[in-house]
Structure formats: C-alpha cells, structure tokens
Design a protein around this ligand. Sequence first.
Ligand code: SME
Length: 166
Amino acid sequence: MLNRPFAQIAAEIEEFARTATNLVALEQFTVERIAGRLPAYDWVGFYMLDPDDREMLELGAFVGAPTEHTRIPVSRGICGAAVAQGETMVVDDVRADPRYLACSMETKSEIVVPIRAHGRIVGEIDIDSHSAAAFGVEDRAFLEKCAATVGSFIEKIESSRGLPWP
Ligand code: SME
C-alpha cells in the first residue's frame, strides 16, 4: 500500500495510461507529474533500450537539467547496471559509487528502476536528487509501480500492433 502522495500520483499515471495513444505521451506525462509533485526528485527521466541495439540506452522524456548522457551502454553507469543486473539500483551517495556517470554537480543520490514488458527489460526510470539518501523503500515501491504501469502500456500497444517489443 503506497502512502499519499505516492498513491495519488501512481493512480494518475495509471489513469493516463488507460487512454494514452503512444509511449512518448505517457513518458512525458509521467516525468512531469512526478517531478512536479515531489520536490526532492530533481531530475526525472526515462532511458529506453534502443530496439536496434539492446546494449544501448537512449534518453527519452525528462524533466531537469539537460544531460550529456543521451546514450548509455548497458555496461556503464548506474543506469546500465540496473539493466545488466535486472534490478532497481538505489545509490545514497553517488560520489562514493565508481559506476556513477555525472549528470549534474548537484546530484547526491539516485534511483534507477527497470521497466519490463513481456518479461524483458525494455528501459528504466531514472531519478536524481540534490539530497543525499533521498530514496527509501516507499520511493522504490512507488517508482516500481510507475515502471509496471509503463511496462503494461508497452505490452498493450505492442500487442495491438501484433508485434512484441522491440
Ligand atoms: N547518473 C546516471 C547517468 C544519467 S544522469 O543521471 C541523467 C548513471 O550513472 O548511469
């Protein structure tokens, strides 16, 4: 059971996903809703696996400072580790993690949550905070719920086209 405002935001994203017609629109709604309501979430974005190169993550919709990391190999960064290890990464102090690829000098902690469709990872939600150790068990549960909503949406649109992702 998610606490408010997490439950409310997760429900709004689910509601949007029911009628969204494309993934870009759902990504955009999701990052704006999350960043707009949660002040400690200073950078909120999607990285999705390139359908033509499943070893490469591509930046999708985001809210926050522009990043030079628009393409990240799955062998690099905390973003890559979430795909390579197939699990949520929570980093309380990014400066202490040698995998960290700097996006903003102000970032102190990060969480990366994989998105699965048809049982495979297709991308992830990445959040940076200017506060250390900003992401706890509730943040993780909330973001995993959001990732599940996006994964289900991808399954829905792909099956309506008769194609598996990617
Ligand atoms: N910090 C990430 C790179 C992406 S930026 O945070 C937007 C990483 O270490 O993979």
